[in-house]
Design a protein around this ligand. Sequence first.
Ligand code: ARG
Length: 475
Amino acid sequence: MTQRKDDRLWGGRFERPPNAHFDAFQRSFAFDRRLLPYEIAVDRAWAKALEPIGIFTATEVKQTLAVLDKISDRAKTDSAWVDSFGANAEDVHHFVEKALVEELGPLGWKLHTGRSRNELVATDFRLLVIDAAAEMQRGLEALLNAFLSQAKAHLSVPMAGMTHMQHAQPILLSHFLLAHAEAFTRDITRLQHAKESADACPMGSGALAGNSFAIDRHAIARELGFSRITANSLDAVSDRDFALDYLFALTGIATHLSRLAEDFVIFASQEFSYVILPDEFSTGSSLMPQKKNPDAWELMRGKTGRISGALLGLLTTLKGLPTSYQRDLQEDKEALFAAREQVTDMIAVATGAVAATKFNAERLKSAASNPALLATEAADYLVHKGIPFRPAHDIVGKVLREAEKQNILWTALPLEGLKKISPVFEIDFAKSLSVEAALAAKKVPGGTAPERVRDAIANLERQLNKKATKTGAKP
Ligand code: ARG
């Protein structure tokens, strides 16, 4: 009764073995072996849940758990064994069953009672996404700390804020750095959402219809650290929204890193010279001895394509699938694993590069002192004197034109000249026209006034300290 003609999970109704090419094509162990720690955790929970419903005796549970531990330990230390033993495994689920049977004989075949790989793979994958998202949140916290230190160190450095890549209004360099920090803070929230979306345990959903052995789904979920169980067995084996949510969060991170990269590549160009690229995160040219290239940032910008590609790939795979488990769903893993690795590396490199970047305060300040950046302040001055904004805008436009005609800086026009354009200009006008005054005026919450930027720094610091105590990480 316990003789089997081969060790496949499904050979009984087949007369002939699978075509060799097709067999290699359908196997997934080469990549889903990364799910092994989760598969074993789920197996442990399942083994325990089989006892109260009379499938396993207490001794059988103990024996099974002992062997699962042994498999887990061996897999951690002996990757050659995983390679060789796994060479004949169809997938990670088959791998563990084979290893159990090798140690336990027929008892190893009992663990799969009442369950399906369809729910197993969904459960393993959810557990992996939860861990991956948490790990990436910690990576982003380190990146935020790098921005925080740089923002604190450069509170006195103004720069020329730009729109359309044209000089617009003065801002603080710290304000620019904290703008990037805001974007990555949102990414942490998006990862949190991915974690919550993955946080429901499918075990007990069976292949699609549920479980006939009155298995305690809540106990299994609890044991695995899930806060809830999935609500519908058919949905549970079909649903990959949690993977989409995770990939969407990764796409956000990569897109933000790419934008940061673009800023720094431009800032490092000779024309800008706002930043000095750190040697540790730059490369040279094989031909031109003088070159120091921003390759760290360029690669980050370049790799972003693969990350959004992974999201689009999974969306495309899912589109048009009938409800229920389909083998297409096996295609959900590889690109996600690869994207996770890439983004983890990207965040680590960005963290190092942001921390090591030196800012050229002189260049930044001198760009910020371009009087053109104060034109809006001049219009605001007229508004404070009672002129409606549109005519005030026109008047300043005329002032700029007049200065251009005389070929002088517009801030060098004497008061009499200004009064000819508008009698509203007074002696206090010159005083209102400084980078410091322009910065100080932006004191709304979220503005670039030094006191507001100091608030933002304190806020970020508080947030990071809170997160660090939550995750037990060092601030
Ligand atoms: N290797 C499969 C996957 O990754 C596991 C589930 C297989 N289920 C099945 N009925 N063929 O999706």
